[in-house]
Design a protein around this ligand. Structure first.
Ligand code: AMP
Length: 251
């Protein structure tokens, strides 16, 4: 245990990573100094990533205290309909890849994952709020199954590409999000973004293998789109920064 985490355990967490209400200051009773003589001290910036703890995934950038991984997205909440579809797609995907994982949540990204310093979060969120004001709500459905690789090709995603109508709306929103990212000197989204919702992923670059079964996967998608995977109305845009969640209402 590091000296720092020992102190946190003794005195209760005062971490900047928590989203608790800071509230009013008040006088606390003084606690006795902890005995740190038997504690092995590890430099506070030392963080060893263990990909086994997150399904073999490796971080794209190192964990640094005070840096909050952030991204902007549309949340998708038709979980039952998507899970039905995944059950069926999975049966075909496992014929090409021995281990295949379900995505933890369902969203359509409007930014890459970027790093925000804690003290910039609120200003960033306000800018996003201003920029998205007067943006119209729209319907979103899925047109096709598409395969994507992440930037370092360490993971391949089986995703649902958003229909052309929603692509157009998302492109407009993405342009606004890019303006805010630029204002904060953060990297914009893809030059030619292809808006999609990832549902399954496999380790490594399996694009070639998975593209060979696209016809079968698309056949299953069209059956589910007819039965239960209907278009949804998108009325909010979301931003996550560390464990803070922000929501911006569309018109
Ligand atoms: P996501 O489900 O949003 O995390 O996207 C899965 C992966 O698709 C991400 O790691 C992206 O880097 C990747 N990707 C590759 N090409 C594109 C593209 N043209 N537009 C959006 N995402 C892309």
């Amino acid at each position: 245990m590091s000296g720092l985490s020992y102190i946190c355990d003794e005195y209760g967490s005062n971490s900047e990573d928590s989203d608790t209400d800071k509230g009013q200051e008040f006088d606390r009773p003084k606690l006795p100094a902890p005995n740190l003589s038997k504690v092995v001290v590890v430099a506070s910036h030392t963080h060893t990533d263990n990909p086994e703890l997150h399904g073999g995934r490796s971080r794209l950038f190192p964990h640094v205290r005070g840096n909050w991984a952030s991204f902007v997205y549309v949340n998708y909440d038709q979980i039952d309909a998507v899970c039905n579809l995944i059950d069926k797609l999975e049966e075909v995907v496992v014929t090409k890849s021995e281990s295949c994982h379900r995505c933890d949540d369902f969203h359509i990204s409007l930014s890459r994952t970027f790093v925000l310093k804690y003290h910039f979060i609120s200003a960033f969120s306000s800018s996003l709020h201003k920029c998205l004001a007067n943006t119209e709500s729209f319907h979103l459905g899925f047109g096709a199954v598409k395969i994507y690789c992440n930037e370092d090709c360490s993971r391949t995603f089986i995703s649902l590409e958003v229909d052309p109508f929603a692509q157009k709306h998302l492109q407009e929103i993405s342009n606004k999000v890019d303006q805010v990212l630029t204002e904060f000197q953060l990297p914009p989204f893809y030059e030619n973004p292809s808006f999609h919702m990832s549902i399954l992923w496999v380790n490594g670059d399996k694009k070639f293998e998975l593209e060979s079964i696209l016809d079968e996967l698309n056949e299953i998608l069209s059956q589910e789109v007819e039965k239960s995977l209907h278009a949804v109305l998108v009325e909010t845009i979301n931003c996550k920064s560390g464990n803070k969640y922000f929501q911006y209402k569309l018109r």
